[in-house]
Design a protein around this ligand. Structure first.
Ligand SMILES: [Zn+2]
Length: 382
């Protein structure tokens, strides 16, 4: 799937209509969830059928396109099945019992309910929500109209802090001819630097959040100073949300570019399979971890790996930092010890460099039929 995104240009009344449609989506999702909570043995199919019942009982719900209504029911099912999966896999900690949503920001249309004009610059929402014709503003290089409508599988309308957007999911395989370099690499994501590779080179941390932190703090203070429910407070909250959005976009952009560079210059990537959720629970580390956005980065690495068709291998995190990459001896060290010094073979390496070497070795031995490490074959859902 390729994703094309455009900002939407419309009138105030149209934006209000989008917000109303978004509320209908939330209403259906929550109603489905309620049904699942109240009755036993509700299946995905039952929720789909329930959509038709809802449309009969609540006239306003019929305004939303029928496929969009079903997509809303699917969202409820998504939350439910994630909860089931977590229980089945005995995930430690909270299992994520589905909750009612109050802050939905998007609608998903499938293949009906919308029409793209041949110029590729306007979209019309044809259902009863009254959104109607909107202008698409975006990168001049992306041409959504170049794809046959049949290939556009999903249109998402999203309300963000700085406006309304349309996302088109296009079924098309992007093929990239990978130019073989003969280089294989292990990477260790860290706090001090973005990552260290097994050759000892590093990519510096951009620390967008830290840089923006002062500004965010000021904006947070501004919000709390304003009277509750006042229009000034609303305005201040909008400013804050926009500042967060900017940081998020910078981080995503950095992660994507760094991952792309890494993949195009190597033939195999190995990384440590981190339980990021568990690490974030440690509050001292939390801010830096969110800042670095490792999860985002590794997702892009896997994505580009698939695109270039090169192996991206996750290895289990045991001992990667303790083991000596030269002789295999265990050299115990706490998190604050930054240098790996092996008294056995005399090797001295930066802690992360040593870990990156171990990660690569682990991945290579797993390919040769060893244990641990698994090939990332899951296709990334963007
Ligand atoms: Zn050693």
């Amino acid at each position: 799937m390729l994703i094309f995104e455009y900002k939407l240009d419309g009138s105030k009344a149209q934006y209000t209509a989008i917000d109303e449609a978004i509320r209908i989506v939330q209403f259906i999702r929550n109603k489905c969830l309620r049904l699942w909570m109240d009755a036993r043995g509700i299946s995905k199919n039952d929720l789909q059928c329930y959509c038709a019942v809802l449309a009969k009982d609540y006239l306003f719900a019929t305004r939303l396109n029928s496929q969009a209504r079903q997509a809303s029911a699917d969202r409820a099912w998504f939350a439910i099945s994630r909860f089931y999966d977590n229980c089945k896999n005995h995930k430690p900690g909270k299992k994520g019992y589905p909750r009612f949503q109050h802050d939905n920001r998007s609608i998903e249309y499938k293949q009906t309910g919308w029409k793209l004009e041949p110029d590729g610059k306007h979209i019309t929402l044809t259902d009863g929500c009254g959104i109607e014709r909107l202008r698409l503003m975006g990168n001049k290089k992306q041409h959504i109209a170049a794809f046959p409508t049949k290939q556009i599988k999903r249109v998402r309308i999203v309300h963000r802090a700085d406006g309304y957007y349309a996302q088109f999911a296009v079924q098309a395989e992007r093929k990239v001819e990978h130019v073989s370099t003969g280089n294989v690499v292990g990477i260790d994501v860290g706090l001090k630097v973005y990552y260290t590779d097994s050759e000892g080179s590093t990519v510096e941390n951009p620390r967008h959040y830290r840089k923006a932190e002062k500004k965010l703090k000021r904006l947070h203070r501004a919000v709390s100073r304003k009277q509750k429910k006042s229009s000034n407070r609303k305005k201040a909250r909008k400013h804050l949300a926009r500042a967060y959005l900017k940081v998020q976009r910078q981080r995503e952009d950095f992660a994507r570019k760094t991952a792309s560079t890494l993949i195009s210059s190597h033939d195999l990537i190995a990384y440590e399979h981190l339980q990021i959720r568990n690490m974030v629970r440690n509050h001292h580390l939390a801010k830096s971890i969110h800042d670095a956005g490792w999860g985002t980065f590794l997702r892009w690495v896997r994505h580009y790996g698939l695109l270039h068709d090169i192996p991206v291998i996750a290895v289990p995190p045991q001992f990667t930092s303790q083991k000596c990459s030269a002789c295999g001896a265990m050299v115990k060290k706490s998190l604050s010890v930054r240098t790996h010094i092996c008294l056995g073979c005399g090797v001295v390496l930066d802690r992360d460099h040593n870990a990156a070497k171990n990660i690569l070795q682990e991945a290579l031995s797993s390919i040769r039929g060893g244990t641990g490490g698994h090939l990332e074959t899951d296709r990334l859902a963007l």
